[in-house]
Design a protein around this ligand. Structure first.
Ligand code: H79
Length: 684
């Protein structure tokens, strides 16, 4: 080959290398990359930095955590002084890694840099790092060695938001004295990349980069995709969370439709109601109420609560990232150590029911949770019994498989438990006393895949009615009949068929169950429907179109009591939409007025907002959509008589995007916006 062609080839390969989009990978490639993480199921989060020095206390208040610099509005120069006090002489990386290992955790995610900008490692690109503290040791170096020793995957939390770097924008809204002159966000991104290069070249193989603080206006999905590709170009097999992009749906943690989702979703301080088939996610949670060390925070979850959360999360196909906030001396709090020890005791016996498992095939189990694992020629179901049956008979509903073996996971001899079939269910005879107070795991091995029939669900989301209600069960499998009872008993073959719908005219529990070839094949689902009196309308005169609103300013994380606050402005709006704003952030609005209801019926209202909101009709709370979150819609139903009803909507906006929308629906009508001519206020 001539030299020219060689140069050309080199050039082309360089170009393609630079432009590589790592999100374009095969399913096999993706699965291989995610494999260790999916198997791991349980990891340790560590929040450690300068904020552990004040330990939650500032200016007489004691409820701060890792956000202390922002929440207590500590000026930069003041906060910087903590760097002279960070001297964790009791830090022992080996002990930390060992503690995580003994708790049954498979990976550690540590804050290389939190929002305050302090770096826990030796960085050439800033002096605001651990080498500038009296401690002078590279914490990550020591931890990476300990993690290698204990076969623990080391992972890095790295904040995009940075309250310290002069090029990061925006400033905190209260930082009136910190100039933005000359600040250059692109240069900040380069700084972040420089540090990520250090992090991903100096500490061996890293499992995950866990970004956070992505919600300010300067960040977007385009920057996220670029950062994602940059990180993977340094370590192609690394896993990156969805907060690398800018389209996370609040603390629920999943990326919104069409957004850039990284490799996994990140519910924070919560567990999703159900898993999402095919989606990877990890719930991160504190053991008390703070991520960073707070010496006064004694609101600890029990080991039992934590372990049941772990089983709950695994049963939905997710991972659990459990936080520890070490002290400024470098120690895990005693309460954390006690809990981790108890968790480890359970995991040592029962870890098999967590690691490498998949989500439950059961939609709901009265007594606990289920995880499953494929084995040669079959499936192993792990039944996590939280509420031990008083009569020792564990009912596993709607299961078609015959068992091969059934035993307690804690029984080293694996003595078979007695199993009987009764119709659709297997009935396992357990010891009379629960072997494990927290979660007794029963193993049920079957041939083939788990063959489970979940009971039929009634589709109607409205559970109240005025006179009568027709409900339908849409069978998910038309080869099956749905039979029902209205007296709380378990449906039998003699019970009526739900094919033509079920007519309700009084408060009842509807029990529904599948039958096939004249035999019951599922457990029973129970749904309560309540007959209610519609709220009466009120007599009001002097009504004029439009709702009255009051506009407030203040910084809230949940809806305040507007009654005790002084409004900055008030007026009348033709409908429920945001008034002209006086402030970009940190404001609230309360709307009051009357809604004219066309006829006696059950009305479903839909309230979506960013951040929190709530809706009251006739003085009753119908929808609670409170808290800090992105645009989320919640609904609620209420029975109303024709005529005028007081309506009140509360809304607040902290920072970030904003929005408020209200819709309603009744009878067979479509969901629609509340028309201007339905809204009134008293002109008196
Ligand atoms: O590191 C821990 C916390 O310090 C950090 N994440 C965990 C892992 C954290 N930062 N902020 N928060 C937790 C709560 C803040 C939520 C909000 Fe938002 C930010 C409300 C409005 C902007 C997130 C993004 C929820 C809605 C948009």
């Amino acid at each position: 080959m001539c030299k020219k062609i060689l140069t050309l080839l080199l050039f082309i390969s360089l170009i393609t290398l630079r432009a590589q989009d790592f999100t374009k990978e095969t399913k096999e490639g993706h699965d291989a990359r995610m494999e260790w993480w999916r198997d791991a199921r349980f990891g340790m989060f560590i929040h450690w930095g300068l904020y552990s020095v004040p330990a939650g206390e500032w200016g007489g208040k004691t409820n701060y955590g890792e956000w202390i610099r922002h929440s207590a509005q500590i000026p930069l120069e003041e906060y910087d002084k903590f760097i002279t006090q960070f001297n964790p002489v009791k830090f022992d990386a080996d002990e930390w890694a060992r503690t995580a290992k003994n708790a049954g955790m498979k990976y550690i995610v540590i804050t290389t840099k939190h929002h305050d900008g302090f770096c826990l490692f030796d960085s050439k690109f800033t002096d605001f790092d651990v080498i500038s503290t009296p401690f002078k040791r590279d914490i990550l170096k020591e931890l990476s060695e300990a993690c290698k020793k204990y076969d623990m995957k080391l992972c890095f939390y790295h904040s995009i938001m940075d309250w310290h770097h002069p090029d990061y924008l925006p400033r905190r809204d209260w930082e009136k004295d910190r100039t933005t002159d000359g600040a250059d966000f692109d240069r900040y991104v380069q700084y972040m990349k420089n540090e990520l290069k250090e992090l991903l070249t100096n500490y061996g193989e890293i499992g995950v980069v866990w970004f956070d603080g992505e919600w300010e206006a300067t960040w977007n999905d385009k920057r996220g995709l670029d950062l994602y590709n940059y990180v993977r170009s340094l370590q192609p097999d690394i896993i990156i969370n969805n907060r690398v992009g800018a389209t996370r749906n609040g603390l629920e943690g999943f990326t919104t439709e069409g957004g850039f989702a990284g490799d996994f979703g990140t519910p924070e301080q919560q567990i999703p109601a159900t898993g999402l088939p095919g989606a990877d996610w990890e719930s991160c949670m504190t053991m008390n109420d703070n991520w960073g060390y707070n010496k006064n925070d004694k609101n600890w979850k029990t080991a039992k609560e934590i372990l049941q959360m772990l089983a709950d999360i695994a049963s939905k196909g997710g991972n659990y990232l459990l936080n520890v906030g070490p002290t400024a001396e470098g120690l895990f709090p005693d309460e954390s150590i006690e809990r981790l020890r108890e968790i480890g005791k359970w995991m040592k016996v029962n870890g098999e029911s967590i690691y490498g498992t998949e989500a439950s095939p059961f939609e709901k189990l009265e007594w606990g949770r289920c995880t499953q694992k494929k084995i040669e020629n079959g499936t192993r179901l792990y039944l996590h019994v939280f509420d031990f049956p008083a009569n020792g008979k564990l009912v596993v509903p709607g299961i078609n498989n015959e068992t091969v073996k059934t035993y307690l996971l804690s029984d080293s001899k694996k003595d078979f438990l007695k199993v009987d079939r009764k119709d659709d269910a297997l009935i396992i005879t357990l010891p009379t006393k629960a072997p494990d107070e927290i979660n007794t795991v029963v193993v049920l091995e079957t041939t083939g895949d788990a063959d489970i029939v979940n009971p039929p669900q009634i589709k109607s989301t409205i559970k109240i009615f005025i006179d009568k209600l027709n409900v339908n069960v849409e069978p998910s499998n038309h080869a099956m009949d749905v039979r029902y009872t209205l007296d709380g008993s378990i449906p039998t073959l003699n019970s009526p068929n739900a094919e033509k719908g079920i007519e309700l005219n009084e408060t009842v529990v509807v029990s529904t169950r599948y039958f096939k070839n004249g035999k019951p094949v599922s457990g029973t689902a129970k749904t309560l429907f309540t007959k209610v009196k519609p709220e009466s309308a009120v007599e009001v005169d002097n009504l004029k179109n439009g709702v009255h609103y009051k506009y407030f300013e203040g910084k809230w994380e949940t809806l305040p009591d507007f009654n005790i606050l002084q409004p900055i402005d008030e007026g009348v709006m033709p409908n429920i939409s945001l008034p002209e704003k006086k402030s970009l952030n940190n404001y609230g609005v309360e709307y009051t007025g009357y809604i004219r209801i066309p006829k006696d019926d059950v009305y479903t209202f839909y309230l979506s907002s960013d951040d929190g909101s709530s809706l009251y009709i006739s003085g009753k709370l119908i929808i609670d959509n409170d808290g800090l979150h992105a645009m989320i819609e919640r609904e609620g139903a209420v029975a109303l008589s024709a005529g005028y009803h007081p309506i009140r909507i509360k809304y607040f906006e902290n920072t970030g995007d904003e929005g408020l929308k209200v819709f309603y629906k009744y009878s067979e009508n479509d969901k629609q916006q509340i028309d201007d001519n339905m809204l009134f206020h008293s002109a008196k």
